[in-house]
Ligand binder design. Structure first.
Ligand SMILES: Nc1ncnc2c1ncn2[C@@H]1O[C@H](COP(=O)(O)OP(=O)(O)OP(=O)(O)O)[C@@H](O)[C@H]1O
Length: 811
């Protein structure tokens, strides 16, 4: 090839490299223009598949890859309106595919705007729970992976630093409200000034009082010019909520509004009524009878979930058990969530954390073990089964007799639910086992106690007092059913009783006689030892009897009457009452006592303390027998200190305290010197005694146990028998002179600590004494040995053997 040819070729290549890019861009522009032109022509009823919607190839391919071919009702409607740029208020049954109804428009809108990584956050999806946010993120990843957008999951419990660094590159952000606000406040890289679409999944929950402050702060930080999409199975229509989001005329998309039921048609719903103490047995029996099923059990509180899980694990039902609740560590939450998604024969105990939005595949049963707070909660909980196009499932609601009233509400809200009865002969109550487990396991017992109190508290905090009436719960029986033989104290109730019963007594005109009578009784019993749970149980039993036919039960109005009815959803109320531990809450909102309204100042508290003659900054210690120990601070010597201690003033005068310390210091030093002197004296005395004792010991041979037997006065056998007696003996011994005088020296050389003693006690003298008593110096035993030695030495080997044989035979 000539040079020119090569040049031409390179030019061509360059040309080609550049050309397709341009072509692609042009093609894309054309495609976008075409798509956008179709938006106004969408007719939802005519849509049979996703292909009928004006969607980009990337989105269509993503949907196809994940087996989404036919859009659901809400998708048909919402995708069209969203593409047209409208704000949407979407409401559709649980499991009807709302997630794709907002994810597809997000992908398409950003695609059509040619959004790139450099453009920052273009879409924000807010979810009330971390698990739901994660689920949405996963769906987005699956469906939108062919697009060039970057997506980020921002939820609590994750590495904030990690999230922080990547924030400026994210185009689609899926988050929980708290974490989002944290980034808005703290992360300089977070910028949502270019935001195009805001989505609130489970919008009614995001906008309720629990998230009110956080959501308001978030909304303030968002650009007002944006598209807003709200989705939920129980959508908010509160004007106030919509105004908060600057939604003046959103398009209401509710494909199932005219449906006969608000719950999925393939969901079989039933309820049972039982006493509070039968619930554990029923649940246990249910699980034992459904070992090959996937069951989700909803409970009112985290502590109940924890206890039931711990307990049932110990009882070993023969199926996998899991527990999901808010106070678990995030990593564990994720693991449990995924495990429940993966497994098919498994029981998950959960709080309402899992009630909204979570798309666990193929759940067979949803058990609402505790009565749901309201109809909406019922719908969301029950909706964890029978999901998707072909999903089927069953729901079981467990109610206490007085909670049966909720059925009226469910029926009013187009929820078909049938009453079924429990065959009591088939209920296997593990009561005894539970009791024995708790008696062995203090931790489990404490968990049970917490579960007990937390359940009662949750009932107490419920808004609807027609359904949730703590006075109608037999707390003793409930405690027993949890394995607690002694019912735990219910402090919040105790305090409540003291305030409420006393106040209610005089003007109880429109309350039941029985209730009043029992309240009066309870108030009389207040001073007695009877626990409040006993009082309440008595009240509960009688009231239950009397009110089976009557509807009027004394109500507790915890709230202001002038609140907007749309916005006082239960969760709002629940949060408001989260701090009612000290029940200064009046029975009647209008009858607040003056005492409560008067602000308590520090001066007032100080006055109170002075009146009660409580000495501040004083401490009294007691012995185990309960006797007061004299305060050692009072054991002072100096006059100044004595005066200081006796002065009855609160607080500390630092200068005076310093002076007192200096004075006391002098006495302390004196005391210390005296102590040292006394110690030295004692040591000297002990040494002297020891010397005297040891002198005696030497004379009489008595020894202390610790010293061990002193054998130093005995003669050295080597010296006595001579070195020749033992041929194996150390050669040094053989060299030692065979005299008593020298034995002590030999011992002293081997045992250094005894050398002193030998010097002091003059053992050689002692041995001389023995000699002087007439014992011959050549002792008896050595002589005998010598005799034998002499005989054997004179014999030949054969003679010696013969002699030995003779000796043996004679023995
Ligand atoms: N077009 C579709 N075709 C087939 N399956 C679909 C379609 N859209 C969604 N699904 C499936 O339906 C199930 C429920 O979807 P999704 O979680 O979006 O429901 P939801 O309406 O958000 O429910 P919830 O109200 O409980 O939040 C999911 O498993 C999803 O994969």
């Amino acid at each position: 090839m000539t040079k020119e040819g090569v040049k031409n070729n390179l030019n061509k290549k360059k040309h080609r490299l550049f050309k397709p890019k341009k072509k692609k861009s042009v093609q894309e522009d054309a495609a976008i223009q075409y798509l956008q032109a179709q938006y106004d022509k969408i007719v939802p009823v005519e849509i049979k598949s996703f292909k009928d919607l004006p969607l980009s190839q990337k989105t269509l391919k993503g949907l196809k890859e994940n087996n989404f071919f036919t859009p659901t009702d809400i998708q048909k409607l919402a995708i069209g309106y969203a593409l047209q740029g409208k704000d949407i208020l979407g409401a559709a049954k649980t499991g009807s595919g709302k997630t794709l109804a907002f994810l597809v428009p997000i992908l398409e809108i950003l695609f059509c705007k040619k959004w790139t990584r450099m453009d920052g956050v273009g879409a924000l999806v807010i979810s009330p729970t971390r698990e739901l946010a994660y689920q949405i993120y996963e769906t987005l990843r699956k469906v939108g992976h062919l697009h060039d957008f970057s997506a980020g999951l921002i939820i609590g419990g994750q590495n904030l630093k990690f999230e922080r660094k990547r924030m400026d590159q994210v185009n689609i952000l899926i988050c929980t409200p708290g974490r989002l606000l944290q980034h808005m406040d703290e992360n300089p890289l977070f910028d949502c000034s270019q935001l195009q679409i805001l989505v609130l999944d489970e919008a009614d929950r995001c906008l309720d009082l629990g998230f009110e402050a956080t959501m308001n702060a978030i909304i303030e930080n968002l650009p007002p010019k944006r598209q807003t999409l709200l989705f939920s199975a129980t959508q908010t229509k509160s004007v106030k909520d919509l105004a908060r989001l600057s939604l003046s005329f959103p398009t209401y998309v509710a494909p199932h509004e005219q449906a006969a039921t608000v719950t999925p048609e393939s969901l079989q719903q039933s309820y049972i009524v039982c006493e509070v103490d039968e619930k554990v047995g029923i649940l246990w029996s249910f699980i034992k009878n459904h070992l090959k099923q996937k069951v989700l059990v909803f409970m009112a509180t985290c502590k109940q979930v924890k206890y039931t899980y711990d307990l049932f694990c110990k009882l070993r039902p023969g199926v996998s058990l899991l527990a999901l609740y808010g106070t678990l560590h995030q990593e564990k939450r994720e693991k449990i969530y995924q495990e429940f998604c993966r497994k098919s024969n498994v029981i998950l105990f959960a709080t309402d954390l899992a009630s909204r939005g979570l798309d666990f595949p193929k759940v067979n049963w949803v058990i609402q073990y505790d009565c749901p707070e309201n109809v909406d909660t019922y719908i969301h909980r029950a909706g964890r089964t029978a999901r998707g196009v072909l999903g089927k499932g069953e729901g079981l609601l467990v109610l206490l007799p007085h909670e049966e009233k909720i059925i009226e509400d469910l029926n009013k809200n187009k929820i078909p639910i049938n009453k079924i009865s429990v065959d009591s002969s088939k209920v296997m109550s593990p009561q005894r086992k539970i009791e024995s487990l708790l008696s062995d396991n203090t931790d489990l017992k404490q968990t049970a106690q917490r579960a007990f109190v937390s359940y009662l508290k949750s009932v107490y905090l419920m808004k609807n007092k027609d359904i949730f009436n703590i006075h109608l719960i037999d707390t003793d029986a409930y405690a027993r059913s949890l394995g607690l033989i002694v019912p735990p104290r219910i402090r919040f109730l105790q305090k409540y009783n003291k305030t409420s019963i006393g106040k209610h007594e005089p003007d109880a005109t429109n309350t039941d006689d029985a209730v009043e009578k029992l309240k009066a009784k309870a108030s009389n019993d207040e001073g007695s030892d009877q626990s409040e749970s006993e009082n309440m149980n008595e009240l509960a039993r009688e009231v239950t009897k009397k009110t089976k036919t009557k509807k009027e039960i004394p109500k507790f109005d915890f709230h202001n009457d002038n609140e907007d009815s749309d916005e006082d959803g239960f969760l709002q109320v629940k949060k408001k009452n989260m701090h009612v531990d000290i029940p200064s809450v009046p029975i009647d909102g209008n009858r607040e006592s003056k005492k409560n309204t008067k602000p308590l100042t520090k001066a007032a508290v100080a006055k109170k303390i002075l009146k009660k003659k409580i000495k501040v900054n004083t401490m009294v210690k007691f012995t185990e027998d309960g006797e007061a120990i004299e305060d050692d601070k009072k054991d002072v010597k100096s006059d100044l200190a004595k005066q200081f201690v006796n002065e009855n003033v609160g607080g500390i005068d630092i200068e005076k305290a310093k002076e007192v310390l200096r004075e006391e210091d002098k006495f302390d030093k004196m005391r210390f010197r005296e102590k040292v002197k006394a110690k030295h004296k004692e040591q000297k005395r002990k040494l002297k005694n020891k010397k005297d004792n040891e002198g005696e010991k030497d004379d009489f041979g008595s020894q202390s146990e610790s010293d061990g037997p002193d054998l130093s006065w005995l003669p050295d056998p080597d010296k006595v028998y001579g070195a020749n007696d033992d041929e194996d003996d150390n050669s040094s011994h053989s060299k030692e002179p065979n005299s008593f005088e020298n034995t002590s020296e030999i011992y002293s050389s081997s045992e250094s600590d005894q050398s002193e003693r030998n010097e002091i006690y003059h053992r050689p003298t002692k041995r001389k004494l023995l000699v002087s008593k007439g014992i011959p110096q050549e002792s008896i035993i050595p002589r005998k040995v010598k005799k034998i030695e002499d005989v054997s030495a004179s014999l030949s080997v054969q003679e010696a053997e013969a002699l030995a044989m003779q000796l043996l035979q004679s023995k």
